[in-house]
Write a protein that binds this ligand. Structure first.
Ligand SMILES: [Mn+2]
Length: 358
């Protein structure tokens, strides 16, 4: 056997492991499930972002339109900058509409979990989902999926769960059922998860999907405006504090930002206000690793976001040191130490990564 031939077999195998479209058997199973009336609950992760809300609400529209009984139940509230998404008003908040949410979950025959792959990502809701009879369908692009779903559509090469929801509808031969509302939801999630189509996960296919969504009624300029032009003076003031606090560690091509609870309070902090702050570190020339540490007195922890450019895997870094994880270039984590102790520990850890970062 020639080595070239062997190489082509191995690379095909590796390719099929990394890039994982839904297999035919799973597509058949989904078609069969959706050909009979189901009671469906769709769940995003806790503290849902644009991709989590976009994908769950897009799927909700689609399932309703094909005659299914469907409800989105979110583990908690979602940020104001998403509160214009068509259909967002139908989302049940598990924390605030607890008994209604529990009823929907206990009656469910089918549960979709979107944009996460481990039930620990849904907080208190986990206890209820562990004990249901419903079958699970997971659609997600994070690494290391857990094994709780009957159907696992997991593909870490995907830009977003929203792009996967588009694929999901394509697998079911239903892209002609994409309404302007669905197109808007999917567009929003792809846009927010790709940093407006600039992250490495953005492929030519992503752009083809986006083009089709515009053809199907997504108002792209309006969506950008709704998501990004929502600053108020207190959020801009908070950004000012964050940038002022930025520490640049040139030896490690790393920049980090800290925000204490007191600083947040001084700017009337609301959930979502610090969205995107971490990315400012990466706009510095030469910086490969950017981090933000945000104190949360209520939970008694420091919440951490990690971003990188290039090969440095923040997913691994967050998993190894800060009880978190995510993607290669974007991940989250937490620390039980004080904010000063946390940044000290972080800076010390960097010594072990010097060769990866220079
Ligand atoms: Mn996502």
């Amino acid at each position: 056997m020639s080595s070239l031939f062997l190489f082509s077999i191995i690379s095909k195998y590796v390719y099929s492991c990394i890039f994982a479209p839904m297999n035919l058997e799973d597509i058949k199973t989904v078609k069969k499930l959706l050909s009979t009336p189901q009671k469906i609950v769709i769940v995003p992760h806790k503290n849902p972002d644009g991709d989590a809300i976009g994908s769950t609400v897009a799927l909700w529209h689609y399932l309703k339109n094909i005659g299914q009984d469907a409800t989105v139940v979110s583990p908690n509230d979602f940020p104001d900058f998403l509160k214009w998404i068509p259909g967002n008003e139908s989302i049940l908040n598990f924390e605030k509409e607890n008994s209604q949410s529990k009823n929907k979950i206990s009656e469910a025959t089918l549960i979709f979990t979107l944009d996460f792959n481990h039930l620990s990502r849904i907080g208190q809701m986990q206890d209820y989902l562990n004990n249901v009879v419903a079958e699970f369908i997971m659609i997600d692009h994070h690494q290391a999926p857990a094994d709780y779903a009957k159907i696992t559509y997991s593909d870490v090469s995907m830009s977003s769960t929203c792009e996967m929801v588009y694929n999901f509808m394509e697998y079911l031969n239903d892209t002609d059922k994409i309404t302007p509302e669905i197109a808007t939801c999917i567009y929003t999630g792809i846009m927010t998860d790709t940093g407006s189509f600039k992250f490495k996960s953005t492929t030519s296919r992503t752009h083809r999907v986006i083009a089709d969504l515009i053809d199907k009624g997504a108002q792209n300029t309006e969506i950008h405006h709704q998501i990004y032009d929502t600053n108020n003076s207190s959020r801009l003031k908070l950004l000012g504090i964050a940038l002022n606090n930025m520490v640049i560690l040139e030896d490690y091509n790393t920049a980090y930002i800290t925000l204490t609870q007191e600083e947040l309070n001084s700017c009337n902090y609301k959930k979502g206000d610090t969205e995107g702050f971490v990315n400012y570190g990466l706009t510095l020339k030469g910086i490969k690793f950017a981090v933000i540490f945000i104190e949360n007195s209520e939970e008694g922890i420091i919440k951490i976001s990690f971003r990188s450019v290039g090969d440095f895997s923040v997913n691994q870094f967050a998993r190894n040191h800060f009880e978190g994880g995510g993607h290669d270039n974007a991940a989250g984590g937490k620390s039980d130490l004080t904010i000063t102790e946390t940044t000290e520990r972080f800076t010390k850890l960097l010594e072990n990564y010097k060769t990866d970062l220079i």
